[in-house]
Structure formats: structure tokens, C-alpha cells
Design a binder for this molecule. Structure first.
Ligand SMILES: O=C(O)CCC(=O)C(=O)O
Ligand SMILES: [Fe+2]
Length: 800
């Protein structure tokens, strides 16, 4: 890969030919040399010499994720000088040379205008639209813009560390950069295949490169390429000088679609933004300069739950980019999905209360609820990727409880808001993106998320990884997919319901084929993986609902044995009835105010074993099962084969094990039972005192309910789902473990949704997919690079 040299004198003789060369370079590497460019060499070097000693060394770190110390350089930035007047106070040496500086800036600007003309010619902008002056008119010297002249001095060093750098990797912000390098090389440009290319210095040439603004404006056609300046061993002890002129569009220019046949008509990214806004966004988002963000796709999910809506922005490297140059055998894996940026900052935000609270004023959902979330997403996703980024709003428990017409009104209003914004990628039907999902779907997405994070999808054919020969066979056979038998089963428990999702063993799968959901995932090698998953939800079996049912039971039990309470004398003051509750720590008093009078107060008697017995009946194991077999409450579930199925529990399964008992992770029934017995039989005052002393983050409601929840968990796990209390699991994962975060990633069903999204856009090796992805994959910054490289016809090529 080389940077072409273009003879700019050709622009006068044969503008079309010259412009085409410029376009070809701008579309491929984003850099080109110009000779016969018309800027006198004399003026370049005078400025450089004057730079010496005027700037502070080592203050800027351009690439903080890769370099912990600052860049080894000094630089001075000038705003536009008009009629001898600079926009800032200058050191006296510069003051003396204002005229020279101004005339140098103007000659740079003239050259920039010519290059912009070349772009307009190459993009075939018609005369009626402004022809070759289309860009030029938006870059006037007199107008306010980000245009800057930067003079740089990289001091000579005696010795450096391997990680030291003269200028960290970055891309330039504006339209076009004109770079004058003086004798010492060191500049490197990152090629599409992620190799650093050394850029030579030619005394009669200047270097031109495309900036982010132009890349954005041209919908990624022109490339704003990452570059850096490194120390070279042989010139370490020499000063390096350079001058850069960053030519920007005027602040007020709207980045409207370029009227060119090379642009796609439906591209929305450029709308509603000015060059000034683009620059501002670019300045607050330094991370988009890094290699991490290149060839990256994004996906946005809003988890609209009962207590609030949380937006999460996931991203993954473009599939084609990841696949490039790799052996298919190394690609038998799902895409790597990240939540947040390269520095580990999580891209999520929550607004409260839940979306269902807009039932009576649905029209306010947009401005009062979604705006904050969507604005956040617009800040996080690079502007050039927004129109390529799908957005989903998926509502769960809170919305499911609303009557259908209220659900519909809220969803419609959310759709109107998102569609009106018209920034993110949506299919034609908004209802594909904005919907209420069932508990089962939530369970299925959770199952995908857990298996994705725990490597459940990597286990093929029993407990063994797939062998090379199996893989080869599958390549030879167009439609074969590899059968997985040991994905993890998934358990989730919230306040209202509990979900179970698992892959039954082969026999059970056959027996209950109609009850299973097919999950199709594609690995990066284009292979299809198919899973048959059983998923069901038990409404009323979450911890809060279980507690509510429990209190009803206790009260009923009490009233049936206490005649007076059953028929209270209305003329008397309502009595406060005390009921013993073995599921509360000793002497904790909780009065239930949700029920009609009389007031019932439950008084803790702290007995875990008794609590286990009382809560057992809440499983409703004796309810008739119409479709055998059933786990509990008459809910049909294929038989779980604990010789192949291992379960992972999140949410309440985790909190109840971890928060107070410190028993998260691998389930250890005996230990859990000991801790629960101890906790339940503690005096409430002692628990509260200890809690205040330790200053832990646990909250009071959790302390109050811990004994009850512990018993409920044990009943659901062992008597409901039937997980054996102890069984040797040597050589395989525990039968049950609770989990919250895996590899720094919170286990959440939204991740499962994104795994499906990312995986479903993988181009196939064999066309086995039922329906193609709705839109072709965007090709990112280096898109179509491989294709273009063949067609590059360099005017003059230097082999570097
Ligand atoms: O000094 C150089 O050669 C490059 C400087 C540069 O890339 C910049 O300042 O943006
Ligand atoms: Fe630069």
C-alpha cells in the first residue's frame, strides 16, 4: 500500500483526469502527495523556524488508551488572521510576522479551494447545483470556521521508551489537511488492513489528507484515515518540524447531502447538522479517533421495564472486517459484542419512572421519557454510524399489565417520536422495533445472553468442543449445523414472575418438539447453529408476588381459626392482629397496609425450616397438569435431564444468594441453609445494628425480606425445578450457579437481543437463512476498500 503522488499542474490542463486521481486516493487511503501545488517552499520553512521554543512540550496525549505519557511534541495553533489581525494574542515573534503568516494561510486556503474543486468535479456535481464550486462556497476564508494553522516541533531526544510517541494516533477533524513535513520522516498512516504505513518526505511535495468532516459528509466515501508520528531510531536525536493547515467548512454550513450520483439518496446521517456542530461533537468524542471505533457497528436497545427505562448501546466490529484474512476455522464463533467504549465506560442510562406510567398521557412519552435516552444514544454513537444503527424499544412487565388500548397508545407515541427523529435505522414497520415482549421472549433473550457470555454456545456435541474433522464435514455439507447439547439452562426471577429456559436433552426434544422455540444463530464463518429451547414463565412466582400470596395464606389460616377476626364488629375500633411469621427475623414487625382492615401485623419468629414448609405450599405442586409433565402450578415443562443440563440464575437468584449471605456463584446448599437458618433466627435489632455498623450497601427492605426470599429460592430451585441438592459435578459446571456480571458485562436480556441482531447480519457461507437481513451491511470507514484497491490507477507511485 502506497500513498500516490499526484502532479497538481495537471489540474489546469486536464481537471477531470486530475480530479479522478484525487478522488481515487481519497476513497482508498485518504492521503495523497501533491507536487506542483503552488505554495512556495520559502514561506513554509520560515514559519517553522520561528516556532522553536514557543510551545509547551508534552502536554497533549492524542491516543490515551495506547500511550500513558503525553506526546513528545510542541505545537502552536493559529486561528484565521484577517487584515493583519489575529483572533488571539500572539507571542511577540509571531506578532512581528503577522503579514507573512496571513499570506501563508491564504496560499494554503487557495490550494484547499482547488482541492475542493477537484472533489466537486470528481463527484460530478452538476452546474445547476453549483458545479465545481459546490464545496468551495462553503469554505470561505472570511467566514467563521474551525480552520487552523498548526506549527509543530518534535524535539530531538537522546533516548526514548518503546511506547513513547511523537504524536499519538488520531484522525483530523476538518475537510482537508495540508501537511508540510520538513526533512525528517516519522509519519505513519493506518491502512485498511490495520498495518502502519511509513510516509516518506519528498522535498517538492506536500501531503494532503481527508478529515472527519468530509468523510461524514461524503457518507464515508472519502476516508479520514488514522495517522500518527513515531520516533525513528535513526532520527531520534534530530528535531522534527512540520506545519499543518486544517481547512474546515464554515460553522453555519448545513451538511446537506451532496448532490452527486455517488451518494446514496436515503442516507440520513448528514441531515440536521452544521459543520460547527459536527466539530463540537467530534471534540467531545475523542475516542472515535481510535482504532477501536473503526469498522464498528452499533445497536441500541431500550429496556422499558416497570420501574424505569434503560438504554444500552452495544457495538461490535464489522463482520467483513473481522473475517478478512482469517482462516474460517478460527471464525467459528459469535461476534464479540461490547457494551460501552474502549475505556470501559458503560453506555447505558436509565430514566424513571417506567414507561407504563404514561398510560393516561401517552403523547408525553417522547419528550418526557425517551428524549433523554435518545439524546444520550445520539451522543454516544458516532454521527456517521447513526443511520446505520438499529434501535429497539422493548417493554416488559409494567406494560404487560396495562389494558391493550393503553399499551397501543404508548407504543404508537414512542414510535412517532423515534420515527420523527428519523436518525436511527428502523425497518418500515415501527412495530418491529417498538413492542411489548412476552415473559417467554425475555427468558429466551436471557438464555442467549448467558450462554453467549459463559461460552455455552462453544460446546458442541456433548461436553466436547467441536473437532476439526467435524467442522470440515460441516463445511462440506451445505446445510449442516452442529448440534449442541450442553448449553446452560437459564433461570431469572424478578418481583412478579420467574422464567426458565433450557435446551432439553435429545429424547425430550423429540417428545416435546411442538413446545420448543428454535433459536438460530450464525457464527462469523457464516455457519448456522440451531437450538431448540424450552422457555416458560411462572407468573406470580417472583419474590414480591410470592410474598403477597404467602401473607394471604397466613391471614387466611389465622382467620379460619379465629372466629372474631373473620367477622369483625364494625362498631369497634379496628384491631391490629398479630400473626406469627417464621419467615421474618425474630421480632421484626411488618404491618400489611395493602389489605382492607383489620390491620394485620406479621411478627417474626425466625425459623427457616418452618418457613421452608410454609412457602413450599406456594409452589402449588398439586395443581392438575393437563400436559404432562409439569414442574409446578400445572405448567408444562419437559423433563430436565440433570446429567446434561446445568443452570445459571440471575436477578433474585443472585441477590438473595450474594447480597447478605455472600453465597453468589456456585450453589452450595448446605452453606446456604446454615446461613439462612442463622439469619432467620437472629434478632431483628441485632441485624439492623450490624447493618448500620458495617455500612454495607444492602437496603432495609432486603434485610426484612431476606429470610423469606432465601426459603422461597430453596423451594423454587429444589422442590419446584427439581435441582438435586448435592450431586457430584466433577469435570462439568455446577448444577446451579448464580451470576450477576460476567467478564465485566452485566447479564441482561438486552444483550441476548443484540447477539441475535449482530449474528443475523453475518453474511452467510451457505444461503440457509430463511430471510436476508433487511439492509446490506454498512461498510464503515474502510468500506469497499478491497474492491477499490484493484481499480486504483496511480498516476505516479512511490514504493515505500
Ligand atoms: O507532524 C506531522 O507530520 C503530522 C501532524 C498531524 O498529524 C497533526 O497535527 O494532526
Ligand atoms: Fe493529523
Amino acid at each position: 500500500m502506497t500513498i500516490p503522488i499526484i502532479d497538481f499542474s495537471l489540474f489546469e490542463e486536464d481537471p477531470l483526469n486530475c480530479s479522478k486521481q484525487i478522488r481515487t486516493a481519497s476513497e482508498s487511503i485518504g492521503f495523497f502527495f501533491l507536487k506542483n501545488h503552488g505554495i512556495e517552499q520559502k514561506s513554509q520553512y520560515r514559519i517553522t523556524r520561528e516556532n522553536q521554543g514557543y510551545t509547551s512540550t508534552h502536554q497533549e496525549t492524542l491516543d490515551p488508551d495506547n500511550h500513558t505519557s503525553g506526546d513528545f511534541k510542541e505545537s502552536f495553533n493559529f486561528g484565521m488572521i484577517h487584515d493583519g489581525k489575529p483572533p488571539q494574542k500572539l507571542p511577540s515573534l509571531f506578532e512581528k510576522n503577522l503579514i507573512t503568516l496571513e499570506s501563508f494561510m491564504k496560499s494554503c486556503h487557495r490550494l484547499c479551494m482547488k482541492i475542493l474543486q477537484a472533489f466537486a468535479i470528481a463527484l460530478e456535481i452538476s452546474e445547476t447545483e453549483g458545479g465545481k464550486h459546490w464545496f468551495e462556497k462553503k469554505h470561505r476564508y472570511e467566514a467563521k470556521s474551525g480552520t487552523t494553522l498548526r506549527i509543530l516541533h518534535y524535539p530531538a531526544m537522546n533516548q526514548v521508551n518503546p511506547e513513547d510517541i511523537r504524536a499519538g494516533s488520531h484522525s483530523d477533524y476538518g475537510s482537508v489537511t495540508i501537511l508540510f513535513q520538513k526533512d525528517i520522516a516519522g509519519l505513519e498512516v493506518l491502512s485498511a488492513d490495520m498495518n502502519w504505513i511509513s510516509v516518506p518526505v519528498f522535498p517538492d511535495c506536500i501531503l494532503i489528507n481527508i478529515g472527519d468532516l468530509l468523510e461524514f459528509w461524503t457518507q464515508g466515501l472519502f476516508k479520514s484515515t488514522i495517522h500518527r508520528v513515531v520516533f525513528r531510531k535513526e532520527t531520534l536525536n534530530q528535531d522534527r518540524y512540520s506545519v499543518a493547515y486544517f481547512c474546515h467548512a464554515e460553522d453555519d454550513v448545513r451538511l446537506d447531502p451532496i448532490p452527486s450520483r455517488f451518494m446514496t439518496a436515503d442516507e440520513k446521517g448528514g441531515k440536521n447538522m452544521t459543520a460547527g456542530e459536527h466539530l463540537k461533537e467530534r471534540e467531545v468524542m475523542p475516542s472515535i479517533t481510535s482504532t477501536w471505533s473503526f469498522n464498528r457497528n452499533y445497536g441500541v436497545v431500550i429496556d422499558a421495564g416497570s420501574s424505569g427505562s434503560r438504554i444500552q448501546i452495544y457495538s461490535w466490529k464489522e463482520h467483513d472486517f473481522v473475517r478478512k484474512g482469517k482462516d474460517p476455522k478460527d471464525l467459528h464463533t459469535l461476534p464479540t459484542i461490547e457494551l460501552g467504549d474502549e475505556f470501559g465506560i458503560k453506555w447505558q442510562k436509565k430514566v424513571e419512572p417506567g414507561i407504563s406510567s404514561f398510560a393516561l398521557n401517552p403523547s408525553e412519552v417522547g419528550e418526557k421519557h425517551l428524549k433523554e435516552l435518545i439524546d444520550f444514544a445520539l451522543e454516544v454513537v458516532p454521527s456517521y454510524e447513526i443511520s446505520n444503527t438499529p434501535i429497539y424499544l422493548l417493554a416488559t412487565a409494567g406494560m404487560r399489565l396495562l389494558p391493550p388500548h393503553q399499551q397501543a397508545a404508548i407504543l404508537q407515541s414512542a414510535c412517532d417520536y423515534i420515527m420523527f427523529q428519523n436518525r436511527f435505522k428502523m425497518m418500515e414497520k415501527c412495530s418491529d422495533h417498538v413492542q411489548v415482549i412476552s415473559g417467554e421472549k425475555e427468558g429466551l433473550y436471557g438464555w442467549i445472553a448467558v450462554n453467549y457470555l459463559m461460552g455455552g454456545f462453544e460446546k458442541d456435541e456433548g461436553d466436547h468442543k467441536v473437532t476439526d474433522s467435524q467442522l470440515q464435514q460441516s463445511y462440506d455439507n451445505d446445510f449442516s449445523s452442529i448440534k449442541h447439547m450442553t448449553t446452560f439452562g437459564f433461570l431469572d426471577m424478578g418481583g412478579a414472575s420467574t422464567q426458565i429456559a433450557f435446551e432439553p436433552n435429545l429424547d425430550e426434544s423429540k417428545k416435546h418438539a411442538n413446545d420448543l422455540t428454535t433459536v438460530l444463530l450464525w457464527t462469523l464463518d457464516g455457519q448456522q447453529m440451531e437450538y431448540k429451547v424450552f422457555v416458560t414463565t411462572f407468573l406470580g412466582y417472583g419474590t414480591n408476588e410470592a410474598r403477597r400470596r404467602y401473607i394471604e395464606d397466613r391471614i387466611q389460616n389465622y382467620t379460619s381459626t379465629h372466629e372474631k377476626i373473620a367477622n369483625p364488629d364494625s362498631s369497634l375500633e379496628q384491631p391490629n392482629v398479630l400473626i406469627n411469621d417464621p419467615c421474618l427475623p425474630i421480632d421484626l414487625l411488618l404491618t400489611d397496609t395493602a389489605l382492607p382492615p383489620p390491620l394485620y401485623t406479621l411478627q417474626g419468629t425466625g425459623n427457616f425450616e418452618q418457613c421452608l414448609n410454609y412457602t413450599y405450599s406456594l409452589l402449588n405442586k398439586s395443581v392438575a397438569c393437563f400436559d404432562e409433565p409439569c414442574l409446578f402450578n400445572g405448567v408444562h415443562t419437559p423433563t430436565i435431564d440433570f446429567t446434561v443440563n446445568n443452570f445459571i440464575g440471575i436477578s433474585e437468584y443472585w441477590y438473595t444468594s450474594h447480597d447478605i449471605f455472600d453465597q453468589g456463584g456456585k450453589w452450595d446448599y448446605e452453606n446456604f441453609e446454615t446461613k439462612a437458618t442463622d439469619y432467620c433466627s437472629s434478632k431483628w435489632d441485632n441485624i439492623v445494628n450490624n447493618y448500620h455498623k458495617s455500612g454495607t450497601l444492602t437496603n432495609l427492605p432486603r434485610l426484612e425480606m431476606q429470610c423469606f426470599k432465601a426459603a422461597w429460592l430453596v423451594n423454587v430451585l429444589h422442590n419446584g425445578i427439581g435441582i438435586p441438592k448435592s450431586e457430584s459435578t466433577i469435570g462439568r459446571p455446577p448444577l446451579f450457579q448464580s451470576i450477576d456480571v460476567i467478564d465485566n458485562m452485566q447479564v441482561s436480556w438486552t444483550l441476548g437481543k443484540m447477539v441475535l441482531e449482530a449474528s443475523s447480519t453475518i453474511p452467510l457461507v451457505f444461503d440457509a437463512r430463511p430471510k436476508p437481513p433487511p439492509n446490506p451491511q454498512h461498510h464503515g470507514i474502510f468500506g469497499y476498500y478491497n474492491f477499490m484497491v484493484d481499480t486504483i490507477n496511480y498516476y505516479m507511485v512511490y514504493v515505500l
